[in-house]
Design a protein around this ligand. Structure first.
Ligand SMILES: [Zn+2]
Length: 235
């Protein structure tokens, strides 16, 4: 595998370049803390973890402009496909996988809720994706014991975990999550976008350090972290 470039664009939005590009939860319009331009971003696939507007965001626009599939939970996929003619969807379900542009994308449990315009659109999900270097994007979730199964089945090299509290885990619960996942690296997300999700990533780093379970990386919005072919951060 080659290098993997991971860029945080605020909230739960990540752009990953592993030869092909993946964009997850592109919440741009209405996000006061993003650097991404929805009209110029290019990607090979868009992944959406659930229907809440701060995750679905601009995903439909971006997928349609790039003419690439939007991968999400099957009920949400069907709902969007019906509403937006010409949108390509891949509607997977929990523990299911799809390969897009050579990148394997697997759906995993998230302990949260999901809706779209007030409609029930199936459960939320997390995803594990990659083609050698594997990334777990937890979506919105609380901590749960079966994160150990995610480790056992997928061995993610990098976990992206919410720490904002209120809607998701806060630093204490997310630190416990790292001890179950034991990925080499963890990046906190879903914090400081709004006052409701105010959180301190350094506090998260301290709790994780006390458990000794992962290396916490704290990118600024718009910052890219590059992982080499050995899975280690490049200096
Ligand atoms: Zn949510």
């Amino acid at each position: 595998m080659g290098n993997t470039k991971v860029t945080w664009h605020g909230h739960a939005c990540f752009e990953v370049d592993m030869g092909k590009k993946v964009l997850v939860d592109p919440f741009i319009t209405g996000n006061p803390k993003t650097d991404l331009n929805k009209d110029s971003v290019n990607t090979d696939v868009v992944i959406v973890t659930h229907g809440h507007s701060d995750h679905l965001g601009d995903a439909v626009d971006i997928a349609m402009r790039n003419k690439v599939p939007l991968v999400t939970m099957v009920e949400l996929a069907w709902t969007l496909e019906e509403e937006f003619k010409g949108l390509k969807v891949e509607g997977i379900n929990l523990s299911g996988s799809v390969t897009v542009s050579g990148i394997r994308i697997s759906s995993v449990v998230a302990v949260h809720s999901s809706s779209y315009k007030g409609k029930n659109v199936g459960p939320p999900m997390g995803v594990v994706f990659g083609n050698g270097f594997r990334i777990y994007h937890a979506g919105d979730t609380g901590v749960f014991g079966d994160m150990e199964l995610i480790r056992e089945v997928y061995h993610p090299n990098l976990s992206l975990l919410p720490i904002g509290g209120y809607y998701t885990m806060s630093p204490v619960e997310a630190a416990l999550a790292t001890s179950k996942l034991r990925s080499e690296y963890t990046i906190p997300m879903h914090y400081n976008t709004f006052d409701l999700v105010k959180s301190d990533p350094e506090e998260f780093r301290k709790y994780v350090h006390d458990k000794g379970s992962s290396n916490v990386l704290i990118p600024k919005v718009g910052e890219t972290i590059t992982f080499g072919s050995d899975g280690k951060v490049l200096a």
